[in-house]
Design a protein around this ligand. Structure first.
Ligand SMILES: C[S@@+](CC[C@H](N)C(=O)[O-])C[C@H]1O[C@@H](n2cnc3c(N)ncnc32)[C@H](O)[C@@H]1O
Length: 199
């Protein structure tokens, strides 16, 4: 079980969501409940897996991407080695890709954030990613589709994380994907639940 070591690391490192997001927290998120017991897990997961190439579907303001980048750096990955690629179509928050770009600019790493509607792309021409985070479309079938999209971008032994894994709009898509690809998932008890799939 990977999760045993991840819970242990989370206890030892003791990081907080508000500390990770810092000044990048947008005013519309100042009162929301889910910025608590959420991003520290992404930070710790990246500390544990030490990804260099990180892919994210559903970037929003860049909080989870920032958390994974900082976690990887905290584990010793040098900034020059890190590359992040993120997709969002700004459908929930206007201008979010630009705001996320400002956030990532401050981290001094290489990245590409693109405004793309996932509905319109049959495949992603990307390879050799160490970690992918799926957090865009939230129905079972769309979760399944997004997982199939990132699967081809991940190297053997790479990691896929899925947010909102405790909910019935996402979990069936994860189970279906694992069944079709002969993979297993483990579950982290974050605020919304994070599933971990080792490819
Ligand atoms: C839950 S938010 C992502 C939150 C982000 N991962 C974080 O924790 O900081 C979901 C994001 O997915 C994006 N999204 C939803 N449907 C999409 C689609 N069809 N194509 C691209 N992005 C989409 C939304 O615009 C939204 O910003």
């Amino acid at each position: 079980m990977i999760t045993h070591d991840i819970y242990k690391l989370h206890k030892e490192v003791n990081v907080y969501d508000y500390w990770i997001i810092g000044d990048d927290l947008q005013s519309c998120d100042k009162q929301v409940h889910w910025i608590y017991n959420n991003y520290s897990w992404y930070y710790i997961l990246a500390m544990y897996f030490k990804p260099c190439k990180i892919l994210e579907l559903g970037v929003r303001f860049g909080y989870s991407l920032k958390s994974m980048i900082l976690g990887s750096i905290a584990s010793g990955t040098t900034k020059e080695k890190i590359y992040a690629y993120g997709i969002d179509n700004d459908c929930e928050n206007l201008n979010c890709i630009n705001i996320a770009t400002n956030t990532l600019n401050k981290l001094e790493i290489n990245f590409n954030l693109l405004n793309i509607d996932l509905k319109n792309i049959p495949s992603l021409n990307l390879q050799n990613f160490d970690m992918a985070h799926v957090d865009a479309r939230h129905t079972p079938f769309e979760t399944y589709q997004d997982l199939q999209l990132v699967k081809n971008c991940i190297k053997d032994g790479g990691i896929i994380l899925i947010d909102d894994a405790r909910y019935n709009n996402v979990l069936p898509g994860i189970k279906w994907f694992c069944l079709d690809n002969n993979l297993d998932y483990e579950f982290i008890e974050s605020c919304q639940g994070i599933a971990i799939i080792k490819c």
